[in-house]
Structure formats: structure tokens, C-alpha cells
Design a protein around this ligand. Structure first.
Ligand SMILES: Cc1cc2nc3c(=O)[nH]c(=O)nc-3n(C[C@H](O)[C@H](O)[C@H](O)COP(=O)(O)OP(=O)(O)OC[C@H]3O[C@@H](n4cnc5c(N)ncnc54)[C@H](O)[C@@H]3O)c2cc1C
Length: 388
């Protein structure tokens, strides 16, 4: 069942969903001396949630809102610490170019957040950027902000590293153990019941079960406005002279054409490209149809390449993944009013992985000391008229 024996039924903290957020929280809680049980429907890292596909961007100047910057800077520091503690490669400093048409709110916010927090971001127009990174053909009037200290996280390796370290610190991982129900026992604690009928009890509970989070919390009258979206990404051929790290950086792109992100050819895997906006809403229970089964899966990526990265070559392989999207695309990190010991972390809207380390740490701080050092008020449920 797990990496450790499951004779123990009683823990300080239970975590439903040992993915990006849950595994990190499990590590920081174990480090603080808590007795932790992580329960996951699969054996993370895996391909049934939101953390597969090899790589994730970490950007510090933040197009989705300057309020994220302290969280991103702390996350970066924690990722570097994780590399040291785990002896694993979790981060590559490829640099990130943030690209936007002049009117793009995304790139304007990158600029604003860089100024507000004194971040080192080099701004230039599309012509200069295309000269500097010759794979690009950007319209001259585009605004481009280059952040040399940002880069790429190896997402599965990060989850694997947290898993190894948490278990070494005494955490118990119940893999392949879906949770079907939560029960709150007044002030005395919280129980979870697994699909096999086992019951485990804890003083605190974190629910970060991706697409399953809304259904697990519904019995408490909490309605989480989260939509599961099917997303695609793919790897393409490309000459190393143009697409290897160095000649090319990782990128985030926003214009009237759409929002895209991508990675240079890391270790010969090919140029990776994904579309951030769009996608198809899918019920939590429904399987994701494979890449290529929706008519626009490949064409929407090829259109982008033809226009902006015309030297990219043929498709190597395409994949699907999922986002849990909130109406304002900000996260949900809160607890439920009926039981403040039940913490929620979900709705990461396709940009959460970079923060898994700092959100995991903040969740652990909330449980250990009643509050987190970083301000998470942007992520409260009250903004949806929900108090939990
Ligand atoms: C294609 C793609 C590209 C992305 N690119 C970026 C990027 O560049 N930068 C970035 O910051 N973010 C990016 N993201 C977003 C980021 O990966 C997610 O926001 C993040 O992984 C969400 O973490 P999570 O913990 O909510 O979900 P997950 O990591 O999926 O964890 C949820 C866990 O809950 C478990 N679970 C589900 N139901 C149950 C149950 N009933 N009982 C027990 N366990 C259960 C699942 O098995 C899973 O392990 C991207 C996402 C995708 C899909």
C-alpha cells in the first residue's frame, strides 16, 4: 500500500493528494516534526494529474499580478534548497523571455512587477529580441522582457525529490489509495475514508486533490468554482543552433493570437510548446482524449510556430494534461469556515507549479503556527462569495 507500514491510523496532518502542492506540504510539515500521512490515488509523480510533461516555467516578474512576486522569489529559493537537500537536478537557469504585443496586459504587468520589486529584467522591442534570439520572428512593436535568473523546473523530479525526503523524515505515503470521503469530528479532528474503506484520523487536513477537490468538499457546503480543462503540449524538431538553451530561452507569450509558453530543446527532447489559454472543459470523471483527437490540437501549435518560430520542424510527440481553472485564474488556498482545520489548495489555473515549494511551505506554516509568513489573501474563497 505505501512506502511505510500503515498500522498507524492517527496522524498530526493528513494530506489528500500527494502531487505538486501536497508532496511539498508533506515535506515541510515532516521537517517541522509533524507526523504526516499523504494519501494519493496514484503513485506520484504520475501522468494522471497536472504535474507531468517534464518541465515547468518559473518566472519571477509576474504577468498574472505583481502580488505573486514574493511567492515566486521564495519558491525559487526553496527549489534551490530542494536541489541541495535531494542531490537532484530540479532547476535549469535557462532564462525566460516574456513576450507580448504592446497592448498585452500580461507583459505590462511583467514590467510593473519588475519595477515594484526591483527585479532584474531587461526590456526590449520585438526587433531587438529577434536579433538576440534568432529563432524568433517577432513584430517590431512587441515588448519583450528577459529575466536571466528565471528558468525551468523539472516537475516530476521535484515531486520525486520531495517524496523521497518526506519519507526519510518519517512521513507515510499511501500511494494508489484514493480518498472517497472526509468526516469532521467537531474540534477533535478530521477523518478520511479511502475507497477501500480504511479510515485515518488527523488533527489537520489539507485537501489538494486537483480535480477531485470540489467533490470532496461539497458535503461541507463548499462550492469551489473550478473547471477542469483539457490542455495540450508538444515537442517539435529544431536545429540546436537555434533552439538549444543559450540561442533560445524558455518563454511566455501573450497576444491577440493567444497565450503560449515553451522551452528550449533541453537534452535533445525537442522544442516544447503549449497553449495556455483555450482548451476543452472536461468533467472530473471523464478521461482526457489523446493529443490529436481534437481537430485543432496540432494546428493551433503549428500556426504559432509558422508565425513566430518559423524554423521549427516537424512534430515529434504531443501530449495532454489538465488545468483546474478558477474564474479569475488566481489560486484557492484557504480553509473551510465550518472547520478551519480543513485546508484547501486548488484551482492553480495552469500556473501553479512554480509556487509548489512556497505554497507547500506556507500550508505547513499555517498548520504549525497558525499563519504563513507570505501573504496568501489573494487566494481566499471569500472573493467568490464563498466562506466555505
Ligand atoms: C501542460 C501543463 C503545463 C503547465 N505549465 C506550467 C508552468 O510552466 N509553470 C507553472 O508554474 N505551472 C504550470 N502548470 C500548472 C501546474 O503544473 C499545476 O498548477 C500544478 O501542478 C497543480 O498542482 P496540484 O497539486 O493542484 O495538482 P497535482 O500535482 O495533479 O496533484 C493532485 C494529486 O491529487 C491526487 N488525487 C486526486 N484525487 C484524489 C483522491 N480522491 N484521493 C487521493 N488523491 C487524489 C492526484 O493523483 C494527484 O497526485 C502547467 C500545467 C499543465 C497541465
Amino acid at each position: 500500500m505505501s512506502d511505510q507500514t500503515m498500522h498507524d491510523r492517527s496522524f498530526d496532518t493528513l494530506i489528500i493528494g500527494a502531487g505538486s502542492m501536497g508532496m511539498a506540504a508533506g515535506y515541510y510539515l515532516s521537517k517541522a516534526g509533524h507526523k504526516v500521512l499523504l494519501l494519493d490515488a496514484h503513485s506520484p509523480p504520475h501522468e494522471h494529474g497536472a504535474h507531468h510533461g517534464g518541465t515547468r516555467l518559473i518566472r519571477h516578474a509576474y504577468g498574472e499580478g505583481a502580488a505573486y512576486v514574493p511567492l515566486a522569489l521564495r519558491a525559487q529559493q526553496l527549489w534551490l534548497e530542494l536541489e541541495q537537500a535531494a542531490g537532484a537536478k530540479v532547476f535549469a537557469r535557462t532564462g525566460v523571455v516574456n513576450i507580448g504585443s504592446g497592448a498585452s496586459p500580461f507583459v505590462r504587468e511583467v514590467q510593473r512587477s519588475a519595477v515594484q520589486y526591483g527585479l532584474s529584467v531587461e526590456f526590449m522591442n520585438g526587433d531587438e529580441a529577434s536579433r538576440r534570439w534568432p529563432a524568433w520572428r517577432l513584430p517590431a512593436e512587441y515588448l519583450v522582457g528577459f529575466e536571466a535568473d528565471a528558468g525551468v523546473l523539472f516537475c516530476e523530479e521535484a515531486v520525486r525529490s520531495y517524496r523521497r525526503l518526506a519519507i526519510a523524515l518519517g512521513a507515510t505515503l499511501a500511494a494508489d489509495t484514493p480518498v472517497s470521503r472526509i468526516e469532521v469530528q467537531g474540534d477533535s479532528g478530521v477523518s478520511v475514508v479511502t475507497a477501500r474503506g480504511e479510515r485515518f484520523t488527523g488533527r489537520d487536513l489539507i485537501v489538494c486533490a486537483g480535480k477531485r477537490t470540489p467533490a470532496l468538499l461539497e458535503p461541507f457546503g463548499v462550492r469551489l468554482p473550478v473547471t477542469r480543462m483539457r490542455k495540450t503540449f508538444a515537442w517539435f524538431d529544431g536545429s540546436p543552433n537555434l533552439f538549444a538553451p543559450g540561442p533560445m530561452s524558455a518563454f511566455a507569450f501573450a497576444s491577440e493570437t493567444g497565450q503560449y509558453y515553451g522551452f528550449p530543446d533541453l537534452d535533445g527532447a525537442g522544442l516544447k510548446l503549449g497553449r495556455h489559454d483555450g482548451g476543452q472543459p472536461v468533467d472530473a470523471d471523464a478521461p482526457l482524449v489523446p493529443f490529436g483527437d481534437e481537430p485543432d490540437d496540432l494546428p493551433e501549435l503549428e500556426r504559432f510556430l509558422r508565425e513566430y518560430l518559423p524554423d521549427a520542424g516537424a512534430l515529434r510527440v504531443g501530449r495532454v494534461c489538465e488545468y483546474d481553472v478558477t474564474p479569475d485564474e488566481h489560486f484557492i488556498v484557504d480553509c473551510i469556515a465550518a472547520c478551519p482545520r480543513v485546508h484547501i489548495a486548488t484551482g492553480f489555473s495552469g500556473h501553479g507549479f512554480k509556487f509548489a515549494s512556497s505554497i507547500g511551505e506556507a500550508l505547513a506554516q499555517r498548520i504549525v503556527s497558525g499563519g504563513s509568513r507570505l501573504d496568501l489573501s489573494l487566494f481566499g474563497l471569500a472573493r467568490f462569495g464563498e466562506g466555505g
